[in-house]
Design a binder for this molecule. Structure first.
Ligand code: AMP
Ligand code: MG
Length: 413
């Protein structure tokens, strides 16, 4: 059952749904996705207040050089009740303090010459100056956070200002990760002849963690039915199970059989993509099971392209696919296969836009190229060789880290 990349992704996304919400406390909300709407419980600011340290005045009393009698003081945190700005007078006021009766403007201290109990106005004053009016920021009932909003420090500030101590956010999927293969030993263990260290387990756990989901490392299963059955059964306690290796055509590639025996309905087991072709996907009720290829580069690309969108959807994200960005090629790129090709590239920003070059040897056995890459170019099946100067589409792997690769105007194609 071979699926195109688009069909495979669509099938996965049909089965990935946001998990039921958790109630999480204010201190732990950053990076989570809101599962409920939040409206302003009151006007913000709640009352007219001073934008500056200075003097509360009546604008009509003010002209340059005039002296006003200072009567009263309202520091931040004090009520203005009982304080009034009467004709010819001013009240000393601090930033954030409530505007007293009679005041229609604030004169910043730097626009005055203060005396003992008098103040001289040195600048023109207009009604409304330096007053933050009630509801100027938001009005009671205004919708401020919608379900699907990612909670950043700005949203946390808003929630705290509303005194919200908790919020419903989408639950983080628990993602069990299982490495399979007789040749594997755990990191830290001695690798004997013919053995290699399991690097996929930690790499996939890191990728899961980076998205905000919760990885559960199951370790290594041997290429036999008993070992695989035991570990896969444990893995199916989680929301998502990701296995690596053992899904090709070899006689020890038993992962799919064991998943099926464990009740996982297989929906596809080959995708027209390279790397990542031998990827299988199945479901057991609401649980998802991804079987990724064993090759480290292939497992990472397959995760990036097929698992990441599913996890983001389960986490409540609305934008789950990396936006394609147009780049100009500096080196040729080719895809002569009938598969969608993902090529590791290095993109830099210049005054002429983004330029991309191959990050190195594209063989899936070469991890070094993955380390050098900051983006993945997508080449449609059987597209002719793209030449330097041609445009191509890439997905940035970590856009927030991209600026580290920026270069100066001198770096042109
Ligand atoms: P397989 O899909 O089982 O044929 O494995 C393909 C290649 O990936 C083989 O060279 C494996 O040794 C390698 N491989 C499999 N699992 C892992 C792993 N967990 N970490 C690193 N390499 C792996
Ligand atoms: Mg194997």
């Amino acid at each position: 059952m071979i699926h195109s990349f688009e069909q495979a992704l669509e099938l996965i996304l049909q089965h990935a749904t946001p998990l039921s919400p958790d109630v999480v406390s204010l201190g732990n909300l950053v990076g989570r996705v809101a599962a409920e709407e939040v409206s302003a419980p009151w006007d913000m600011p709640r009352w007219d207040n001073s934008e500056m340290d200075g003097f509360a005045v009546r604008a009509e009393d003010c002209s340059i050089g005039i002296e006003l009698n200072v009567r009263g003081y309202i520091p931040a945190g004090m009520s203005a009740s009982g304080v009034e700005v009467t004709p010819g007078s001013a009240v000393r006021i601090m930033t954030g303090a409530p505007i007293p009766v009679g005041c229609d403007a604030v004169v910043p201290i730097e626009n005055t010459t203060p005396g003992d109990d008098k103040v001289c106005i040195d600048q023109l004053v207009t009604k409304g100056d330096f007053i933050r009016f009630r509801g100027n920021d938001m009005v009671s009932g205004e919708s401020m956070i919608q379900a699907g909003t990612i909670l950043r420090p700005a949203e946390i500030n808003l929630l705290a200002s509303f005194s919200r101590l908790q919020l419903k956010v989408y639950r983080r999927p628990r993602v069990a990760i299982l490495s399979t293969g007789d040749e594997l030993v755990a990191p830290g263990e001695e690798a004997g002849d013919g053995q290699i260290v399991d690097s996929n387990g930690y790499s996939l756990a890191a990728a899961v963690k980076e998205l905000g989901a919760e990885p559960v490392l199951l370790g290594i299963a041997k290429d036999n039915l008993d070992s695989l059955s035991e570990k896969i059964k444990a893995g199916l306690e989680a929301d998502v199970l990701i296995t690596s290796a053992g899904v090709s055509a070899g006689d020890r590639d038993l992962v799919r059989d064991v998943l099926e025996q464990a009740g996982v309905k297989q929906l596809f087991w080959k995708v027209q993509m390279k790397p990542g072709g031998p990827t299988a996907f199945g479901v057991k009720g609401k649980q998802l099971a991804f079987s990724l290829p064993g090759n480290p580069v292939s497992s990472m690309i397959s995760f990036e392209q097929l698992v990441r969108p599913a996890l983001l959807k389960m986490l409540g994200y609305e934008k789950i696919l990396r936006a394609p960005v147009k780049v100009t090629l500096k080196t040729p790129l080719a895809n002569e296969t009938p598969k969608l090709r993902f090529l590791r590239v290095r993109v830099r920003e210049t005054v002429d836009g983004f330029i991309a070059e191959s990050a190195g040897n594209q063989n899936t056995g070469v991890l070094k190229t993955m380390l050098r890459a900051n983006a993945i170019a997508t080449l449609p099946p059987e597209c002719s060789t793209l030449q330097p100067g041609d445009s191509a589409e890439v997905q940035f792997l970590n856009p927030e880290q991209f600026s580290a690769c920026s270069v100066t105007a001198a770096d042109k194609i």
